[in-house]
Design a protein around this ligand. Structure first.
Ligand code: NDP
Length: 334
C-alpha cells in the first residue's frame, strides 16, 4: 500500500515514517521543497533495504492554498496528515497558525474526496491542545480523555497569545475534519491522534539552531540557559516512537476514532533529575530538581488507546534519557 504522509520533514513525521516503512508500506511524503525531500531521503534511506522506490515525494509549498494537495493524493491508498505549524511565536495568528492548520486539513480532505476515492482512512495528527481547557490551569482532581474539547473560540484565537492560537489551531483543524466527514460523507473516515508534549529521539534532519518546539523544551535544560526547573505548562507527555506507531495502528484499525496518546503525567523537576542521570557530563548545567516544587495537576486517561490500539506506552525515564542523549549527540556534532 502507498501512504501519503504530509509534512514528512518534521520531528513527529520522522517517526511516523519509521513505523510505516517498518510495517512494509510505501510512502509518498509531502515537503515544501526538493532540498527538504533530499534530507528526508537521507535520514531514512537505511530503512528502504536498497529499494529507493518505497519512498517518494510530492512538493506542496503551501498547504493552505486551494487545490494544494490535488496532485499529491492521486493513486494513494491512505493518508496521514501531520503537516501543521507547531510554533508559539508568530506575527499573525490567523495567517501563521490558524489558516495552515485548518485550511491545510480541509484542503487535503477535499482533494482526497475528489481525486482519491479509493482512500478509506485518513489519520490526522491533532493534539492534547484540542482536548485541554487551558483556562482551568492545573485542574487537580480532573481526568482528561477523548471526550474533552478545548472550548476556545475563534475570536479568542485571533487575538490571543501564541499558545492560545496554537491550541486553537489544533482544535479547529480537528473539528473541521470531523465536520467534513459528517457533512460531505466521503468514501473515507478519519482517525485523530491527540498527544500532549511529545519528546524522544530526533530522527529527522534536526539542527540545534532550529529545534522543533517540544525538543527545544528539553534542550533548554541541557544547554545551561534554564536555571530552575520551573512550572510545567502541559504536565503530560508522549514518546515520539509511540506517537509514530499510534498513527499506523490507527490507520489499520477497523474502527475510526479519536485517540488520546499519552504515557502519563510529568513535571519538569522529574525531567531535570532524569537528564542529570542520563548525561553526567552535563549535570552541572541542568537545574536542581528541587529548584521547583511539584504541584497537584490533572490526570490523563489513555485506556482507549491501550484497549483499542493495543498501545503500550514508553515510560518517562526512557523517553527523557533518550531525548537528552539525542540532543547531546547533536551538540557534540555542532
Ligand atoms: P515540526 O515543526 O518538527 O514539524 C512540522 C511539520 O509541518 C514540518 O514538516 C513542517 O514543514 C510542516 N509545516 C508546518 N507549517 C507548515 C505550512 N504552513 N505549510 C506546509 N508545511 C508546514 O513539529 P512536530 O513534528 O512537533 O509537529 C508535527 C505535528 O504534530 C503537528 O501537527 C503538531 O501540531 C503535532 N503535535 C506535536 C506535538 C509535539 O509536542 N511535538 C504535540 C502534539 C501534536 P517544514 O519542515 O517545511 O517547516
Amino acid at each position: 500500500q502507498l501512504i501519503l504522509l504530509t509534512g514528512a520533514s518534521g520531528f513527529v513525521a520522522a517517526h511516523v515514517l519509521n513505523s510505516l516503512l517498518q510495517h512494509g508500506y510505501r510512502v509518498r511524503g509531502t515537503v515544501r521543497s526538493e532540498a527538504t525531500a533530499n534530507k528526508v531521503r537521507k535520514t531514512h534511506s537505511y530503512l528502504l533495504n536498497g529499494d529507493d522506490s518505497r519512498l517518494t515525494f510530492a512538493i506542496v509549498p503551501d498547504v493552505a492554498k486551494p487545490g494544494a494537495f490535488d496532485e499529491a493524493v492521486k493513486d494513494v491508498d491512505g493518508v496521514i496528515h501531520t503537516a501543521s505549524p507547531f510554533v508559539m511565536q508568530v506575527e499573525n495568528n490567523e495567517r501563521d497558525l490558524l489558516d495552515p492548520a485548518i485550511k491545510g486539513t480541509t484542503e487535503i480532505l477535499k482533494a482526497i474526496k475528489k481525486y482519491a476515492p479509493q482512500v478509506k482512512r485518513v489519520v490526522i495528527t491533532s493534539s492534547f491542545a484540542a482536548i485541554v481547557d487551558p483556562k482551568q490551569g492545573a485542574r487537580p482532581g480532573y481526568t482528561y480523555s477523548e471526550k474533552d474539547w478545548n472550548p476556545v473560540t475563534y475570536e479568542e484565537a485571533k487575538s490571543g497569545d501564541g499558545g492560545t492560537a496554537y491550541c486553537a489551531s489544533k482544535t479547529f483543524a480537528e473539528k473541521a475534519a470531523w465536520e467534513f466527514v459528517e457533512k460531505e460523507k466521503p468514501n473515507f473516515d478519519v482517525a485523530t491522534i491527540c498527544p500532549p508534549m511529545i519528546y524522544g529521539p530526533l530522527d529527522h534532519d534536526a539542527s540545534l539552531d532550529h529545534l522543533n518546539t517540544s525538543s527545544a523544551d528539553i534542550y533548554r535544560f541541557i544547554d545551561g540557559s534554564q536555571k530552575e526547573a520551573g512550572p510545567t505548562a502541559f504536565p503530560a507527555f508522549a514518546d515520539v516512537r509511540d506517537v509514530g506507531e499510534a498513527h499506523v495502528k490507527a490507520y489499520e484499525n477497523p474502527q475510526s476514532s479519536r485517540y488520546f496518546i499519552t504515557s502519563g503525567n510529568f513535571q519538569y523537576p522529574d525531567v531535570c533529575e532524569i537528564i542529570r542521570k542520563a548525561l553526567p557530563a552535563y549535570a552541572g548545567k541542568v537545574p536542581e530538581p528541587s529548584s521547583t516544587e511539584k504541584v497537584p495537576t490533572f490526570a490523563v486517561n489513555n485506556s482507549h488507546a491501550r484497549n483499542d490500539l493495543g498501545m503500550h506506552f514508553i515510560p518517562l525515564d526512557q523517553t527523557i534519557s533518550d531525548t537528552a542523549k539525542s540532543l547531546a549527540r547533536l551538540q557534540e556534532q555542532k
